[in-house]
Design a protein around this ligand. Structure first.
Ligand SMILES: [Zn+2]
Length: 451
């Protein structure tokens, strides 16, 4: 098995016992981290990476993104959530062919790797046919990213005689088919369910979908925010029925009460927030601080590259900055002074995009921190670049200063995917042209429908 030694890095492990290790080495064998420490013996290593002047962090986790929208970058940036529902889900989404899903998913996932994200929660809810689903999974496979593929159903306006999407249970046959075909053996990809949940479905459908996820031991992830709730008392009813628990993931959650949050946190439900899309599209303020007050913490996601940047450091900074602003304003209002120190530290923001993301995707035994036995999902950041140096506090530098330009090396499951600042992929030029063509065709369809 091939052994790779990364030498002389500042290692930000995100492991509570190991912390930050200056001038340290990390050895991985095959896909597994086998040693972390100072002055590891290079003898026997097949490859040595000199990481002097670099910071080594765990690969980032983007817990929630609709990767199928990559060809529509910037299209939804000026839309409110209501415009987004009308023009995206009931409009653009209905014109996607399987190959549109493929190229968007592939290129969106490659961009994630380029930006330092090694694990993606791909929330794919534009699956009108099994062919669409298969091409989405092909895209993730061809990108070689670690991902949970959350399978969801499309949300068009119903045609005469059709049921509204809120009344349609998650298709069991598709779940069974996917488990038998695409997710037969463990690898970089695993399956989750992108269900409607009570915010977007009838209570009966919610019960069906929660039970379905539980039967196959899959994460049931659901949006909760945006338009008015379809079944406002659904959460309490699901808890009473014993259906909510650790394998449930709430996305956004802006409209949940503190009592509802507390009830869910106690049951082990995880929360994936996308503060920038939530706050700009109109879901409401992100619940970052409310979760922290209840002893929980969020994972974070990009949500929509059709609206914002795919870079997880931007996402983390937006989440951190907005919550600090809310906390400072509240302190000034209630105590007539600023808090004694920042209410949230950079360390926490880095947890949100590493170990907390891993927990939300049920992968924290494998990824999210650097520790012997975990997967070699690694990112090297050039800390001597003009915008990074000098580094006094590696965690602050990573969270507050790092941009795509500083992402030097990305490794997933022991495989080098980006090296010396360049994503390793033989056909990027052709693929970019395909993505552009797909986007142009979809936009033309939108315009012709609008007329
Ligand atoms: Zn979403």
């Amino acid at each position: 098995m091939s052994k790779t030694l990364i030498q002389n890095a500042t290692i930000v492990t995100m492991d509570p016992e190991l912390g930050v290790l200056p001038h340290a080495d990390l050895l991985f064998e095959g896909e597994i981290i086998s040693k972390i420490g100072q002055h590891l013996n290079a003898g026997g290593a097949d490859r040595v990476i000199d990481a002097s002047g670099k910071i080594l962090i765990p690969g980032l986790v983007n817990a929630h993104m609709h990767t199928w929208q990559t060809a529509l970058r910037g299209v939804t940036s000026n839309w409110t959530i209501l415009e987004y529902f009308a023009n995206m889900h009931a409009g653009l989404a209905t014109n996607f062919q399987p190959d549109d899903i493929y190229i968007a998913t592939l290129m969106g996932a490659l961009n994630q790797i380029n930006c330092g994200t090694t694990t993606l929660g791909d929330w794919c809810h534009n699956n009108p046919t099994p062919a669409h689903t298969d091409r989405a999974i092909d895209g993730l496979e061809d990108a070689n990213i670690r991902a949970v593929f959350f399978h969801g159903s499309p949300k068009p306006d119903p045609k005469p005689g059709q049921k509204h999407f809120s009344e349609i249970p998650h298709p069991r046959s598709e779940v069974e088919r996917l488990l038998k075909t695409r997710f037969k053996s463990p690898g970089l990809l695993s399956l989750g369910l992108a269900i409607l949940g009570p915010h977007y479905s009838t209570y009966e459908v919610a019960v069906h979908d929660f039970e379905l996820a539980r039967e196959f031991n899959l994460i049931a992830s659901m949006h909760c925010a945006g338009a008015a709730a379809k079944t406002p008392d659904g959460w309490e009813r699901l808890v009473k029925a014993g259906l909510m628990g650790a394998n449930n993931n709430i996305v956004h959650g802006n409209n949940l009460s503190d009592a509802q949050l507390k009830m869910m946190i106690e049951l082990g439900v995880t929360f994936s927030l996308t503060p920038e899309t939530e706050m700009t599209q109109g879901h409401g303020m992100a619940i970052t601080g409310r979760l922290l007050e209840l002893g929980a913490a969020p994972s974070l996601g990009v949500d929509l590259e059709s609206s914002i940047s795919g870079d997880m450091f931007s996402v983390a900074r937006f989440a951190l900055g907005t919550q600090r602003a809310l906390d400072n304003a509240r302190s000034k209002e209630t105590q007539q002074k600023l808090p004694d120190t920042s209410t949230i530290y950079c360390q926490q923001a880095l947890e949100w995009i590493t170990i907390k993301g891993a927990q939300a995707l049920n992968l924290d035994h494998q990824i999210g921190s650097l520790k012997v036995g975990k997967q070699a999902d690694l990112v090297l950041i050039s800390a001597e670049d003009l915008n990074m140096s000098p580094v006094h506090d590696p965690i602050s530098s990573v969270v507050m200063q790092t941009s795509l330009a500083n992402i030097d090396t990305v490794i997933i499951a022991g495989q080098i995917r980006k090296e010396q600042g360049r994503l390793i992929h033989p056909h990027l030029k052709e693929l970019k042209a395909q993505l552009a063509q797909s986007g142009q065709r979809l936009m033309k369809e939108l315009k012709s429908h609008a007329h």
